[in-house]
Ligand binder design. Structure first.
Ligand code: PPY
Length: 286
């Protein structure tokens, strides 16, 4: 199966996709793209059958590029999700000492997830954004200066770099949730004992109680929400769209489909983003 991920080789996105392939017993051929927008565009243009993209980090919150794509692009559905425990290592050219490092390169999520460590241990180093963690490794490997990259424990060695420090992440439970996006409809169905999620987006009229009224049917059906987020409606300042993840599956008659029918009668508009099995490690009660 052709799968698009953020490149070059060695990103956390690829690690998440490999972990997902093992869990689902799938065989992936990877296609690498230089940014998330292009990974998702490749799906729309049928260059790949699945796109696996980060959507949310336990510390840094949501990735707006991914959310906005889901909101504004038609014909793409969330098929599944994967949660990856994210450990960051510091990589440099062999022999680099920490006190020599003038700049640390990485994806903005990685720099943010390690800011406490960086401020304590490398106060002299400036932070430089790259399009991905493995792109940071490639740049450090090519540079003449004493630079360092933050990347996965498997990433740096492939670029000829040496691990200078391990586990830089400020939060020991650092984890990122990735979405498996596809164009087809959901082919899986809930198995007994399996937890599912239904993701939707909706708009409400700009009036008192509108969000409460839209969500009230879900509460009455006894449904638990596992995420609620707002994004700008992109028309004018102060207008928002809501994205909600509901525990349960809307593909079969039951409280989720009943709650959604009522929500559709109360919201200004509703978009179904996908219905899919909840990944292990996603913060559910164990
Ligand atoms: O740059 C990467 O490796 C990515 O896949 C994006 C990312 C960065 C940091 C944590 C999770 C995902």
């Amino acid at each position: 199966m052709r799968v698009g991920v953020l490149g070059p080789e060695g990103t956390f996105s690829q690690m998440a996709a490999e972990q997902y392939a093992r869990r689902r017993h799938l065989n992936f051929q990877f296609f690498y793209f230089p940014d998330l927008a292009r990974v998702m565009k490749a799906l729309v243009q049928d260059q790949v059958e699945l796109a696996i993209v980060p959507v949310e980090n336990s510390q840094e919150g949501s990735l707006s590029t991914t959310l906005d794509f889901l909101l504004w692009q038609d014909g793409v559905q969330i098929q599944d999700e994967e949660v990856l425990a994210v450990r960051h290592w510091l990589w440099g050219k062999p022999g680099t000492r920490l006190d020599q490092i003038s700049a640390v390169l990485s994806h903005h999520q990685a720099l943010a997830q390690c800011q406490g460590w960086l401020n304590r241990r490398l106060p002299q180093a400036i932070k430089v954004l790259t399009t991905s963690t493995s792109e940071a490794c490639a740049k450090v490997a090519k540079s003449e200066e004493s630079l360092a990259a933050i990347a996965a424990p498997v990433a740096g060695a492939a670029y000829g770099l040496e691990a200078l420090a391990e586990d830089l992440q400020d939060n020991k439970n650092n984890a990122t949730r990735f979405l498996v996006l596809g164009k087809g409809s959901q082919s899986l169905r809930p198995q007994p004992g399996e937890k599912w999620k239904t993701s939707i987006a909706f708009g409400t009229p700009h009036e008192p109680g509108a969000l409460y009224r839209a969500l009230e049917p879900l509460a009455r059906q006894g449904l638990n929400l596992c995420k609620i987020e707002s994004r700008p409606a992109k028309r004018k300042l102060g207008e928002y769209i809501f994205l909600v993840d509901i525990e349960g599956c809307s593909l079969e008659p039951g409280p989720v489909s009943q709650g959604l029918i009522e929500l559709m009668g109360r919201a200004a508009w509703v978009k179904m983003l996908g219905c899919y099995p909840a990944a292990p490690g996603g913060g559910e009660d164990e």
